[in-house]
Design a protein around this ligand. Structure first.
Ligand code: NAP
Ligand code: GLV
Length: 312
C-alpha cells in the first residue's frame, strides 16, 4: 500500500515518522514526486492531503481512499479529478480543543475590551471600562458540529448564553438550538456575538452578508473561523463603517494569504489571524489516520466520510 502526501503547510517528515512508527510497511510519496525513486503512480492507493492543487489526482488510477488533513473539504470537492472513492475528513479532539480556544479568545477579546486595554496601556492610561456579566451576553454559533459543539462547551463553561444554528435540530447541554431558515431568523436578533463554524457548501457560501448583518443587533461582533467564502467582504466593511457592527475577528479569507493591500489589515475594528484557529498536529491527528488506513485495509466501515450530496 502506498500513500501520496500533499500539503503546502503540513510537515511531510513528521507525518512520515508518525505513520511509519504505527503502520510499518506503509510506503509514502510526497507530491509532486508521485513516481518515487522506485515506483510508479499506479502503486498509489491512498492520499493524505491538505488543499492540494486542482488536478492532483489525475493519473492516479488506483486511488481507493482520500483522507483530508483538514476538517473542511470544499477545495477537494471542487477538484474534477477527485475520484469517486471515500473521502475522509479530519476529526480530532485536539482540533476541536484548539477551535474552542480560538472562539473563547475572540469572544473574550471583544466582550472584555482587550484591544481597548492594550491601547490604554500603550498610552499609559488607567482606564476602567464597564462590561456586562458573561451570563447576560449571548453568543450565536453558526454550525453545531464537531467544532461548534466544542466551542459551545467552552463558552457555556465561561458563563455565556449560547445559541446555536444547524441544518438539523440539535439538543446540546446549555445550548438553545435553532435550525433552518426560520431558526436563523429567530436567532440572529439575539446574538451579541456571532461565530461562523459552518462548512463551505453551496448553501452556506456568502451567508455572512448584508442581509444577515442587518438582522444582528446594533453593536454586534462577527467572528469567522469557517471559510473565507462564507463572508461577503464588502458587506462586512460597509456594516462596520456604518457603525452597525462593532467589530470582526477573521481567521479565514477568500484569498489566502490575505493580500498586503487588503483593507482588513488596517481596519481599526477588524482583527486578522492567518487561518490559524485550529491546526492539525501530527502528534494528535495520526491516530485518526492510522484508524482510517487500518479500517480501509481490513475492509471495515470508515468513520468521518464526507457525504458528497450534502457537501460536508
Ligand atoms: P461538522 O462537524 O461537519 O459540522 C458542521 C455543522 O454545520 C453541523 O452542525 C451542520 O448541521 C451545520 N451546517 C452545515 N450546513 C448547514 C446549513 N446549510 N444550514 C445550517 N447548518 C449547517 O464540521 P466541523 O468539523 O465542525 O467544521 C466546520 C468547518 O470549520 C469546516 O468545514 C472548516 O471549513 C472550518 N474549519 C476551520 C478551521 C480554521 O482553522 N479556521 C479549522 C478547522 C475547520 P448538522 O449538524 O445538521 O449536519
Ligand atoms: C482547517 O481549516 C481545516 O479545515 O481543518
Amino acid at each position: 500500500m502506498t500513500l501520496l502526501f500533499c500539503s503546502n503547510i503540513d510537515n511531510a517528515g513528521l507525518w512520515r515518522d508518525a505513520l511509519g512508527r504505527r503502520l510499518p510497511g506503509l510506503s509514502m510519496r510526497v507530491w509532486p514526486d508521485i513516481g518515487g525513486p522506485d515506483g510508479d503512480p499506479d502503486d498509489i492507493d491512498m492520499a493524505l492531503v491538505w488543499q492540494p492543487p486542482q488536478g492532483v489526482f489525475a493519473g492516479l488510477s488506483n486511488l481507493r481512499l482520500v483522507m483530508s488533513l483538514g476538517a473542511g473539504v470544499e477545495t477537494l470537492l471542487r477538484d474534477p479529478t477527485l475520484p469517486d472513492v471515500p473521502l475522509v475528513r479530519m476529526v480530532s479532539d485536539s482540533l476541536s480543543d484548539d477551535m474552542a480556544g480560538f472562539v473563547a479568545l475572540q469572544v473574550l477579546r471583544w466582550h472584555r475590551h482587550s484591544d481597548a486595554f492594550d491601547a490604554a496601556q500603550k498610552a499609559g492610561v488607567w482606564q476602567w471600562l464597564p462590561y456586562r456579566p458573561a451570563r447576560e451576553v449571548s453568543v450565536g454559533l453558526l454550525g453545531l458540529g464537531e467544532l461548534g459543539s466544542a466551542a459551545a462547551r467552552v463558552l457555556t463553561a465561561l458563563g455565556y448564553r449560547v445559541l446555536g444554528w444547524s441544518r438539523s435540530p440539535k439538543q446540546l447541554p446549555g445550548v438553545e438550538g435553532f435550525a433552518g431558515a426560520d431558526g436563523l431568523a429567530a436567532m440572529l436578533p439575539r446574538c451579541d456575538l456571532l461565530v461562523c463554524l459552518l462548512p463551505l457548501t453551496a448553501d452556506t457560501q456568502g451567508i455572512l452578508d448584508r442581509d444577515l448583518f442587518a438582522r444582528l443587533p446594533a453593536g454586534a461582533v462577527v467572528i469567522n473561523a469557517g471559510r473565507g467564502g462564507h463572508l461577503v467582504e464588502a458587506d462586512l466593511l460597509d456594516a462596520l463603517d456604518r457603525g452597525h457592527l462593532a467589530g470582526a475577528s477573521l481567521d479565514v479569507f477568500s484569498e489566502e494569504p490575505l493580500p498586503p493591500a487588503h483593507p482588513f489589515w488596517r481596519h481599526p475594528r477588524v482583527r486578522v489571524s492567518p487561518h490559524s484557529a485550529a491546526a492539525t498536529h501530527p502528534s494528535q491527528a495520526v491516530e485518526q489516520v492510522v484508524a482510517t488506513v487500518t479500517a480501509f485495509r481490513e475492509g471495515r466501515p470508515l468513520a468521518n466520510v464526507i457525504d458528497r450530496r450534502r457537501g460536508y
